[in-house]
Design a protein around this ligand. Structure first.
Ligand SMILES: [Zn+2]
Ligand SMILES: [Zn+2]
Length: 406
């Protein structure tokens, strides 16, 4: 259990996660953290099995803690079909000749992977009613401590409420060796937090929404740390990878403490996820989550900067002003990292902003502008500055060999 006392109306925040381990050699500690479980079902995909799953399998088998292993194809997406496959395999027994073992289900589900394997397993563990844990293989998104699983179901992306991981193990050696697009995706997911918290504060002021200063502060300081460390990411500096990993987990904990993704998801996620959904609707495989969110963060920052220059509302202007230095830091980081763009078409860019307003029920600056009759004007106006200031090439150009995947 991770908990903290608070001054907000909730007074106390707690999540059922028992351990978060971010270290070199975290893999080796898996049996120690998972002691007490004897029928662990390990799920990975071909890539994550090779970099971490195999080792964890051996460690658990040695100690008699493993039930069995299921490996999905490389780059498997969190689809309803894959959830079904894992669910079917979950009950398979390690020893078909032992009639006593025949009907036993696993007592623990261990997901080895980051985004996709994690989301798939979170749903299966929830449906089976067994605890689950994560061995992260890339700091690519902030869903480690998440309570929801966004799954692809037909041509829709549906967010299901599930359960929170009991253990989160991040081996820095494995994570530092992760494919570079995944590292960039992690940073893309983190840089959006300033916009998310600004939206949250604005909603508190305008709609009276619940706001927790301590959670917001926790997410903001994790973001600050992540931004200053990220410059060294390309060199795969272990401290940079550690800061990004810690930041992503802390922001996930903020979500879990809050009981909703409010502290980590505002305008930038509404726009980025709309672009993802537009791909899904067209039958395409969506791009990396954090890459879309990164680009959408630049759009959101430009919307806020424009609003700061135009608004007559002194309190709103003062609120935005508080975040402008952070926006400048994000812009400077982007000049170094050059997180690639996935949406460069003007129509698609604008559509993402317009449809993003209603992506979910959440008050953001998009709703504020809509109510003022200015959303379309803003969506169109920020396109040119976003492309000019932040776009240094597309994802396809930069990573031509990358297989699309979440
Ligand atoms: Zn609080
Ligand atoms: Zn995210």
């Amino acid at each position: 259990m991770i908990e903290m006392d608070c001054t907000c109306v909730q007074k106390h925040h707690a999540i059922p996660t028992e351990a978060v381990e971010i270290s070199f050699g975290a893999l080796e500690k898996a049996p120690e953290h998972l002691r007490g479980y004897h029928r662990i079902f390990l799920v990975a995909d071909e890539n994550t099995y090779a970099v971490a799953g195999k080792r964890v399998e051996a460690l658990l088998r040695e100690r008699g803690m493993l039930s069995h292993v299921f490996v999905l194809p490389a780059g498997a997406l969190p689809t309803a079909e894959n959830v079904g496959k894992v669910l079917i395999e979950a009950g398979r027994d390690a020893d078909p000749y032992d009639i006593n073992a025949f009907s036993l289900n696993p007592d623990y589900l261990l997901a080895v992977g980051s985004g996709s394997v994690n989301d798939t397993c979170r749903m299966v563990s929830y449906r089976l009613g067994i605890p689950y844990g994560i061995v992260g293989t890339a700091p690519s998104m902030d869903g480690y401590a998440s309570v929801v699983a966004p799954l692809l179901n037909g041509r829709r992306k549906i967010v299901y409420t599930c359960t929170i991981a009991r253990h989160i193990l991040i081996d820095l050696e494995v994570n530092a060796a992760a494919p570079y697009p995944l590292l960039l995706s992690g940073v893309g997911d983190m840089i959006g937090k300033y916009v998310a918290i600004l939206d949250w504060e604005n909603s508190r002021d305008r709609t009276g929404e619940y706001y927790c200063e301590k959670i917001a502060g926790m997410v903001l300081s994790a973001t600050d740390k992540c931004i200053s460390a990220s410059e060294a990411l390309e060199k795969r500096d272990p401290d940079a990878v550690r800061s990004v990993s810690e930041g992503l987990i802390l922001s996930g904990e903020g979500i879990a403490f809050c009981g909703s993704s409010r502290p980590a998801s505002g305008t930038e996620h509404m726009i980025g996820q709309t672009w993802e959904v537009m791909d899904v609707e067209e039958g395409k495989v969506p791009n990396l989550h954090g890459i879309e969110v990164g680009e959408a963060t630049f759009a959101a920052m430009e919307i806020f900067r424009r609003l700061h220059g135009e608004t007559q509302d002194a309190s709103l202007r003062a609120l935005i002003e508080k975040y402008l230095p952070a926006f400048d830091r994000v812009e400077a980081l982007q000049r170094k990292l050059k997180i690639p763009f996935t949406v460069t078409d003007r129509g698609r860019f604008v559509e993402g902003i317009l449809r993003g307003r209603t992506f979910r029920e959440r008050y953001t600056v998009l709703q504020y502008l809509y109510e003022k009759g200015k959303l379309k004007e803003y969506a169109e106006a920020v396109y040119a500055p976003v492309m000019e200031k932040y776009c240094f090439g597309t994802f396809r150009e930069r990573f031509p060999d990358w297989e699309k995947g979440i």
